[in-house]
Design a protein around this ligand. Structure first.
Ligand code: KG4
Ligand code: ZN
Length: 331
Protein backbone atom coordinates (compact mmCIF):
# COMPACT_ATOMS: atom_id res chain seq x y z
CA UNK A 1 0.00 0.00 0.00
CA UNK A 2 1.07 3.58 -0.66
CA UNK A 3 0.50 6.29 1.95
CA UNK A 4 0.50 10.05 1.50
CA UNK A 5 1.77 11.71 4.68
CA UNK A 6 1.18 15.37 5.53
CA UNK A 7 2.85 17.32 8.34
CA UNK A 8 2.07 20.95 9.22
CA UNK A 9 2.33 21.07 13.02
CA UNK A 10 4.78 23.98 13.22
CA UNK A 11 6.78 25.84 10.55
CA UNK A 12 7.47 23.03 8.07
CA UNK A 13 4.99 22.13 5.33
CA UNK A 14 5.88 18.58 4.41
CA UNK A 15 4.38 15.85 2.23
CA UNK A 16 5.69 12.36 1.59
CA UNK A 17 4.75 9.20 -0.26
CA UNK A 18 5.76 5.97 1.46
CA UNK A 19 5.43 2.43 0.14
CA UNK A 20 4.59 0.02 2.94
CA UNK A 21 5.95 1.59 6.12
CA UNK A 22 9.64 1.92 5.28
CA UNK A 23 10.17 2.69 1.62
CA UNK A 24 10.15 6.48 1.31
CA UNK A 25 9.47 7.30 -2.35
CA UNK A 26 9.44 11.06 -1.83
CA UNK A 27 9.55 13.61 0.96
CA UNK A 28 9.20 17.29 0.14
CA UNK A 29 9.47 19.95 2.83
CA UNK A 30 9.06 23.73 2.60
CA UNK A 31 9.99 25.75 5.65
CA UNK A 32 8.79 29.20 6.69
CA UNK A 33 11.80 29.47 9.02
CA UNK A 34 13.20 32.57 7.32
CA UNK A 35 9.95 34.47 7.91
CA UNK A 36 10.25 33.85 11.67
CA UNK A 37 13.99 34.42 12.07
CA UNK A 38 13.76 38.14 12.81
CA UNK A 39 11.28 37.50 15.66
CA UNK A 40 13.53 34.92 17.34
CA UNK A 41 10.84 32.22 17.29
CA UNK A 42 7.90 30.84 15.33
CA UNK A 43 4.96 33.26 14.95
CA UNK A 44 1.85 31.03 14.67
CA UNK A 45 -0.16 33.30 12.35
CA UNK A 46 2.77 33.65 9.93
CA UNK A 47 3.31 29.88 10.01
CA UNK A 48 -0.30 29.02 9.17
CA UNK A 49 -0.43 31.54 6.32
CA UNK A 50 2.79 30.09 4.91
CA UNK A 51 1.31 26.55 5.10
CA UNK A 52 -1.71 27.76 3.12
CA UNK A 53 0.54 29.15 0.43
CA UNK A 54 2.76 26.10 0.08
CA UNK A 55 0.62 23.04 0.81
CA UNK A 56 -0.69 22.48 -2.74
CA UNK A 57 2.74 22.83 -4.32
CA UNK A 58 4.43 20.63 -1.70
CA UNK A 59 1.89 17.78 -2.04
CA UNK A 60 2.01 18.10 -5.82
CA UNK A 61 5.79 17.82 -5.81
CA UNK A 62 5.75 14.84 -3.41
CA UNK A 63 3.28 12.99 -5.64
CA UNK A 64 5.15 13.91 -8.82
CA UNK A 65 8.56 12.82 -7.56
CA UNK A 66 7.15 9.54 -6.21
CA UNK A 67 6.38 8.67 -9.85
CA UNK A 68 3.06 7.10 -8.83
CA UNK A 69 -0.33 7.62 -10.44
CA UNK A 70 -2.70 9.31 -7.99
CA UNK A 71 -4.99 6.30 -7.89
CA UNK A 72 -2.26 4.23 -6.22
CA UNK A 73 -2.44 6.26 -2.98
CA UNK A 74 -4.51 4.15 -0.58
CA UNK A 75 -4.25 6.08 2.68
CA UNK A 76 -3.72 9.64 3.90
CA UNK A 77 -1.95 10.12 7.23
CA UNK A 78 -1.83 13.59 8.71
CA UNK A 79 -0.35 15.14 11.86
CA UNK A 80 -3.18 15.64 14.32
CA UNK A 81 -1.35 17.47 17.11
CA UNK A 82 0.16 18.54 19.36
CA UNK A 83 1.17 21.65 17.47
CA UNK A 84 0.03 25.10 16.42
CA UNK A 85 -3.74 24.98 15.90
CA UNK A 86 -3.81 27.17 12.78
CA UNK A 87 -0.97 25.20 11.19
CA UNK A 88 -2.53 21.82 12.03
CA UNK A 89 -5.85 22.96 10.56
CA UNK A 90 -4.26 23.65 7.17
CA UNK A 91 -2.75 20.15 6.95
CA UNK A 92 -5.85 18.42 8.27
CA UNK A 93 -8.22 20.33 6.00
CA UNK A 94 -6.07 19.49 2.99
CA UNK A 95 -5.74 15.83 3.99
CA UNK A 96 -9.46 15.54 4.64
CA UNK A 97 -10.34 16.99 1.24
CA UNK A 98 -7.81 14.73 -0.47
CA UNK A 99 -9.16 11.62 1.27
CA UNK A 100 -12.78 12.55 0.49
CA UNK A 101 -12.03 13.32 -3.14
CA UNK A 102 -10.15 10.06 -3.62
CA UNK A 103 -12.50 7.97 -1.45
CA UNK A 104 -9.65 6.65 0.70
CA UNK A 105 -9.20 6.44 4.48
CA UNK A 106 -7.78 9.29 6.53
CA UNK A 107 -5.76 8.72 9.68
CA UNK A 108 -4.61 11.26 12.28
CA UNK A 109 -1.12 10.68 13.66
CA UNK A 110 0.16 12.11 16.93
CA UNK A 111 3.20 14.34 16.28
CA UNK A 112 5.28 13.19 19.25
CA UNK A 113 4.65 9.54 18.35
CA UNK A 114 5.73 10.15 14.77
CA UNK A 115 9.11 11.38 16.14
CA UNK A 116 9.20 8.39 18.52
CA UNK A 117 8.87 5.90 15.66
CA UNK A 118 10.92 7.84 13.05
CA UNK A 119 13.91 5.50 13.49
CA UNK A 120 11.66 2.64 12.32
CA UNK A 121 11.87 3.98 8.76
CA UNK A 122 15.47 2.86 8.34
CA UNK A 123 15.80 0.17 11.00
CA UNK A 124 14.11 -3.03 12.00
CA UNK A 125 13.42 -2.49 15.71
CA UNK A 126 11.86 -4.94 18.11
CA UNK A 127 9.69 -4.28 21.18
CA UNK A 128 9.96 -3.44 23.99
CA UNK A 129 12.18 -0.36 23.92
CA UNK A 130 12.73 2.90 25.70
CA UNK A 131 12.14 5.90 23.43
CA UNK A 132 13.48 9.44 23.81
CA UNK A 133 11.74 12.21 21.88
CA UNK A 134 13.83 15.34 21.98
CA UNK A 135 12.55 18.27 19.92
CA UNK A 136 11.72 21.95 20.08
CA UNK A 137 8.41 21.29 21.82
CA UNK A 138 8.98 18.01 23.66
CA UNK A 139 11.51 16.13 25.73
CA UNK A 140 9.99 12.85 26.86
CA UNK A 141 10.97 9.30 27.71
CA UNK A 142 8.62 6.41 27.01
CA UNK A 143 8.53 2.73 27.67
CA UNK A 144 7.08 1.18 24.51
CA UNK A 145 5.72 -2.36 24.82
CA UNK A 146 4.20 -2.52 21.34
CA UNK A 147 2.92 -0.28 18.57
CA UNK A 148 0.66 2.29 20.20
CA UNK A 149 1.48 1.04 23.70
CA UNK A 150 3.55 3.93 24.98
CA UNK A 151 3.90 4.61 28.69
CA UNK A 152 5.34 7.98 29.70
CA UNK A 153 8.33 7.57 32.03
CA UNK A 154 9.39 11.19 32.28
CA UNK A 155 9.21 14.53 30.50
CA UNK A 156 10.33 18.09 30.85
CA UNK A 157 8.84 20.13 33.65
CA UNK A 158 9.47 23.39 31.80
CA UNK A 159 11.37 24.05 28.54
CA UNK A 160 12.04 21.36 25.96
CA UNK A 161 15.69 20.70 25.08
CA UNK A 162 15.36 22.24 21.60
CA UNK A 163 13.63 25.26 23.12
CA UNK A 164 16.63 25.67 25.43
CA UNK A 165 19.00 25.61 22.42
CA UNK A 166 16.80 28.26 20.77
CA UNK A 167 16.66 30.47 23.88
CA UNK A 168 20.41 30.23 24.51
CA UNK A 169 21.04 31.20 20.88
CA UNK A 170 18.76 34.20 21.38
CA UNK A 171 20.59 35.23 24.57
CA UNK A 172 23.91 35.03 22.69
CA UNK A 173 22.52 36.89 19.64
CA UNK A 174 22.92 33.90 17.32
CA UNK A 175 19.50 33.94 15.64
CA UNK A 176 16.82 31.30 15.21
CA UNK A 177 16.73 28.30 15.23
CA UNK A 178 19.40 27.87 17.86
CA UNK A 179 20.27 24.16 17.60
CA UNK A 180 22.44 24.13 14.47
CA UNK A 181 24.36 27.34 15.26
CA UNK A 182 24.97 26.40 18.91
CA UNK A 183 26.22 22.97 17.82
CA UNK A 184 28.48 24.58 15.25
CA UNK A 185 30.04 27.09 17.68
CA UNK A 186 30.30 24.46 20.44
CA UNK A 187 32.75 22.54 18.26
CA UNK A 188 35.13 25.49 18.51
CA UNK A 189 34.71 25.95 22.26
CA UNK A 190 35.67 24.16 25.45
CA UNK A 191 32.95 22.25 27.31
CA UNK A 192 34.84 22.66 30.58
CA UNK A 193 35.10 26.45 30.34
CA UNK A 194 32.03 27.20 32.44
CA UNK A 195 30.45 25.07 35.14
CA UNK A 196 26.95 24.63 33.73
CA UNK A 197 24.74 21.70 34.71
CA UNK A 198 21.11 20.76 34.23
CA UNK A 199 18.88 20.21 37.19
CA UNK A 200 19.61 16.49 37.53
CA UNK A 201 17.01 15.12 39.87
CA UNK A 202 17.10 11.43 40.62
CA UNK A 203 14.00 10.68 38.52
CA UNK A 204 13.37 10.67 34.78
CA UNK A 205 11.94 14.17 34.37
CA UNK A 206 13.92 16.94 32.71
CA UNK A 207 14.29 20.65 33.41
CA UNK A 208 16.07 23.00 31.00
CA UNK A 209 14.90 26.45 32.00
CA UNK A 210 17.48 26.73 34.80
CA UNK A 211 20.46 26.18 32.51
CA UNK A 212 19.13 28.75 30.06
CA UNK A 213 18.99 31.30 32.91
CA UNK A 214 22.49 30.24 34.02
CA UNK A 215 23.80 31.01 30.51
CA UNK A 216 22.06 34.40 30.65
CA UNK A 217 23.67 35.28 34.02
CA UNK A 218 27.07 34.04 32.89
CA UNK A 219 26.86 36.05 29.65
CA UNK A 220 25.81 39.21 31.56
CA UNK A 221 28.61 38.71 34.06
CA UNK A 222 31.20 38.32 31.29
CA UNK A 223 29.87 41.42 29.51
CA UNK A 224 30.17 43.43 32.73
CA UNK A 225 33.74 42.25 33.24
CA UNK A 226 35.03 42.54 29.66
CA UNK A 227 32.66 45.05 28.03
CA UNK A 228 31.39 42.51 25.49
CA UNK A 229 31.40 38.80 24.71
CA UNK A 230 34.32 37.66 22.58
CA UNK A 231 33.86 34.99 19.92
CA UNK A 232 35.82 32.56 22.11
CA UNK A 233 33.55 33.23 25.08
CA UNK A 234 30.45 32.57 22.95
CA UNK A 235 31.96 29.31 21.68
CA UNK A 236 32.84 28.25 25.24
CA UNK A 237 29.33 29.08 26.47
CA UNK A 238 27.80 27.05 23.61
CA UNK A 239 30.11 24.09 24.32
CA UNK A 240 29.47 24.16 28.08
CA UNK A 241 25.71 24.46 27.58
CA UNK A 242 25.53 21.71 24.94
CA UNK A 243 27.66 19.39 27.06
CA UNK A 244 25.36 19.86 30.07
CA UNK A 245 22.15 19.26 28.08
CA UNK A 246 23.54 16.26 26.22
CA UNK A 247 24.96 14.69 29.42
CA UNK A 248 21.53 15.00 31.03
CA UNK A 249 19.67 13.53 28.03
CA UNK A 250 22.10 10.62 27.76
CA UNK A 251 22.21 9.87 31.50
CA UNK A 252 18.41 9.84 31.84
CA UNK A 253 17.89 7.75 28.70
CA UNK A 254 20.28 5.10 30.01
CA UNK A 255 18.72 5.32 33.47
CA UNK A 256 15.27 4.86 31.94
CA UNK A 257 16.36 1.83 29.92
CA UNK A 258 17.89 0.26 33.02
CA UNK A 259 14.91 1.06 35.22
CA UNK A 260 12.50 -0.86 32.97
CA UNK A 261 15.09 -3.46 31.91
CA UNK A 262 14.90 -2.51 28.24
CA UNK A 263 17.86 -3.47 26.07
CA UNK A 264 16.90 -1.13 23.23
CA UNK A 265 16.91 2.68 23.11
CA UNK A 266 15.23 4.57 20.25
CA UNK A 267 15.73 8.32 19.74
CA UNK A 268 13.99 10.86 17.51
CA UNK A 269 13.13 14.58 17.22
CA UNK A 270 14.88 17.70 15.93
CA UNK A 271 17.58 17.76 18.65
CA UNK A 272 18.57 14.19 17.65
CA UNK A 273 20.08 15.85 14.55
CA UNK A 274 22.88 17.03 16.88
CA UNK A 275 26.11 15.15 16.16
CA UNK A 276 27.47 15.51 19.70
CA UNK A 277 24.29 14.00 21.16
CA UNK A 278 24.41 11.14 18.63
CA UNK A 279 28.04 10.39 19.54
CA UNK A 280 27.49 10.53 23.30
CA UNK A 281 24.41 8.30 23.03
CA UNK A 282 26.42 5.77 21.02
CA UNK A 283 29.25 5.74 23.59
CA UNK A 284 26.86 5.33 26.53
CA UNK A 285 24.79 2.65 24.78
CA UNK A 286 27.90 0.64 23.90
CA UNK A 287 29.21 0.96 27.44
CA UNK A 288 25.93 -0.30 28.89
CA UNK A 289 25.23 -3.04 26.35
CA UNK A 290 22.15 -1.28 24.97
CA UNK A 291 21.11 -1.43 21.30
CA UNK A 292 20.71 2.14 20.05
CA UNK A 293 18.63 3.33 17.10
CA UNK A 294 18.62 7.05 16.35
CA UNK A 295 16.37 8.38 13.57
CA UNK A 296 18.28 9.13 10.38
CA UNK A 297 19.09 12.80 10.06
CA UNK A 298 16.57 13.13 7.17
CA UNK A 299 13.80 12.14 9.59
CA UNK A 300 14.81 14.03 12.77
CA UNK A 301 13.36 17.46 12.02
CA UNK A 302 9.65 17.74 11.25
CA UNK A 303 8.90 15.75 8.09
CA UNK A 304 5.97 13.93 6.53
CA UNK A 305 7.81 10.64 5.91
CA UNK A 306 7.63 9.78 9.61
CA UNK A 307 3.90 10.61 9.57
CA UNK A 308 3.21 8.41 6.53
CA UNK A 309 5.35 5.59 7.92
CA UNK A 310 3.67 5.52 11.34
CA UNK A 311 0.25 6.01 9.73
CA UNK A 312 0.84 2.97 7.52
CA UNK A 313 1.91 0.88 10.53
CA UNK A 314 -1.09 1.93 12.60
CA UNK A 315 -3.47 1.33 9.70
CA UNK A 316 -1.99 -2.10 9.07
CA UNK A 317 -2.22 -3.04 12.74
CA UNK A 318 -5.89 -2.11 12.70
CA UNK A 319 -5.40 -0.16 15.91
CA UNK A 320 -6.22 3.22 14.40
CA UNK A 321 -9.46 5.04 13.87
CA UNK A 322 -10.13 6.40 10.41
CA UNK A 323 -12.45 9.35 10.37
CA UNK A 324 -13.02 12.55 8.51
CA UNK A 325 -13.97 14.67 11.52
CA UNK A 326 -10.45 14.76 12.97
CA UNK A 327 -10.01 17.08 15.93
CA UNK A 328 -6.73 18.94 15.19
CA UNK A 329 -5.57 18.80 18.80
CA UNK A 330 -6.72 15.32 19.78
CA UNK A 331 -3.75 13.46 18.30
O1 KG4 B 1 11.39 18.18 15.78
P1 KG4 B 1 11.51 19.59 15.39
O2 KG4 B 1 11.77 19.91 13.94
O3 KG4 B 1 10.23 20.41 15.77
C1 KG4 B 1 9.49 20.16 16.94
O4 KG4 B 1 8.65 19.22 16.93
O5 KG4 B 1 9.74 20.90 17.90
O6 KG4 B 1 12.66 20.22 16.29
C2 KG4 B 1 13.07 21.55 16.18
C3 KG4 B 1 14.07 21.82 17.29
C4 KG4 B 1 14.48 23.29 17.39
O7 KG4 B 1 14.36 23.69 18.75
C5 KG4 B 1 15.92 23.29 16.93
O8 KG4 B 1 16.73 24.29 17.55
C6 KG4 B 1 16.38 21.90 17.33
O9 KG4 B 1 15.28 21.07 17.03
N1 KG4 B 1 17.56 21.47 16.56
C7 KG4 B 1 18.75 21.18 17.12
C8 KG4 B 1 19.64 20.92 16.05
N2 KG4 B 1 18.94 21.05 14.88
C9 KG4 B 1 17.67 21.39 15.22
N3 KG4 B 1 19.13 21.14 18.41
C10 KG4 B 1 20.42 20.82 18.66
N4 KG4 B 1 21.34 20.58 17.69
C11 KG4 B 1 20.99 20.61 16.38
N5 KG4 B 1 21.89 20.40 15.43
ZN1 ZN C 1 8.46 17.88 15.72
Amino acid sequence: MYTLGIETSCDETSASVVKGAQNVLSCVTASSLKLHAKYGGVIPEIASRAHLESICGVVDEALRSSDLPLKKIGLVAVTQGPGLIGSLLVGISFARSFAMARGIPLLGVNHVRSHLYAAFIDHKIGFPFVGLVVSGGHTSLYKVKGLGQEELLGSTRDDAAGEAFDKVAKILGLGYPGGPVVEDLAQKGSAGAYALRCDCGAGLDFSFSGIKTAVLYKANHLKKMFGSLSHDMVCDLCASFQDAVVSDLVAKSIRAAKSVRARTLVVGGGVAFNGFLRRKLREAADLNGIRLFVASRSYCLDNAAMVASLGARLFRSGGARQRLDLDPLAG
